[in-house]
Write a protein that binds this ligand. Sequence first.
Ligand code: NAI
Ligand code: HIS
Ligand code: ZN
Length: 433
Amino acid sequence: MLRIITQQADVSAELQRICDRTHDEQVLHKEATVREVLQAVKRQGDKAVLHYTAEFDHQTLKPEELRVSGSELDAAYQQVSKELLQAIRLACRQIEAFHRQRVPKSWIHFGDDEVVLGKRYTPVDRAGLYVPGGRAAYPSTVLMNGIPAKVAGVPRVVMVTPPGVGKAINPAVLVAAQEAGVQEIYRVGGAQAVAALAYGTETIPKVNVITGPGNIYVTLAKKLVYGTVGIDSLAGPSEVLIIADEHANPVNVAADLLAQAEHDPMAAAILLTTDAALAKNVQVAVERQLVDHPRRIDTEKAIAHYGLIVVVESLEAAAELSNEFAPEHLELEIKDPWSLIPQIRHAGAIFLGYSTPEAVGDYLAGPNHTLPTSGAARYASALGVETFLKHSSIIQYSQTALQKVAGAINVLATAEGLPSHADSVRRRIQQEE
Ligand SMILES: NC(=O)C1=CN([C@@H]2O[C@H](COP(=O)(O)OP(=O)(O)OC[C@H]3O[C@@H](n4cnc5c(N)ncnc54)[C@H](O)[C@@H]3O)[C@@H](O)[C@H]2O)C=CC1
Ligand SMILES: N[C@@H](Cc1c[nH]c[nH+]1)C(=O)O
Ligand SMILES: [Zn+2]
């Protein structure tokens, strides 16, 4: 049963507990497992990858089966319906159009005294996309990761995804990969996949950046390999926080809460409402919709552990609680959602109004669905083209310009006790005189 509490109770502490669910003591034993997997893959390469694939995914693979073959990729097109292919292509177009909107551009500024300054953007050489596949198949995530990598111009894009039952990756995932321009796919998931991409194995190449969402094991692994490789953000078990007023439809709100909860037993689904009657009606609607839910057991776990309805005093109070939580997805199911926007400081994606369910963003509105979770939206953002780019600063000084700043550099270098720094400037000035 989805719990209802009022704002008088210790709401902040309860929200914090839910927010921290991926980094509290209960996940420590999972972190120990992940550390073991990372070390083993680093030392033993493919052998460890295959070992953990057998242990956690229950699939016995030979090294040569790790990479998805060309014939499997071709065959996937025969296994998806025309409607599914059309939907994937529609999503592709909309996601690509969105991500092409504001691609970071190199720039150069020619200043006084022939000083040239700028930034030059270049893609990483190799990107590794993690596409989840434990409890559901995620062709949409293939597009959300593959398209920005393509727009960024990454020369080599590698994808990993769990092997699936009978070693068969969902054909929609393989079709989506090809539509997004990804051809190099490996049948491996979990922490062992992240480790393979971070350290490289005999079969799987080491990459420069690992992107994509995943469950607690994937997210902990990404956190631990950060530094050896770059990552997009900690995009772990899904979350939605809905702020709703008395005009919201309780059945729709319940469906949106369940749409998150069904992802994972560790997913979070929170409603903050100014209307006590709506709170009760949503609670009842959630129960009803769970009755014949095909993923009932896991979804109920998420609702029981990380689901919550809070009756708040005002929309302003709701906005403040939402900021404390910093949700991955925030839905504003209120009459004038734009009026609350100025008060929202932290959220991965914001969905406005009664007719914008999060699912529209999950699949095809265009913005990325790979978003920071567990409070990471306080400092991180959605995956984007920039995730696959880095920039080099460009600096050119003329002799005249150098002469003008030599004194200041000398003072700063002396203050830092670094005489060679001062000397490197002084010598050039003296050479000129
Ligand atoms: N934040 C975001 O942007 C998004 C998050 N998600 C989240 O991605 C996740 C997908 O999760 P899954 O379906 O589980 O797929 P997954 O691919 O993330 O995880 C499955 C892998 O976990 C490993 N694993 C399972 N049990 C294990 C154990 N006991 N010990 C060690 N490793 C184990 C297995 O190797 C398996 O391949 C969900 O939490 C979902 O909410 C999905 C889309 C977007
Ligand atoms: N809701 C997921 C994305 C998703 C993919 N497919 C369905 N939903 C998230 O956390 O962003
Ligand atoms: Zn979803």
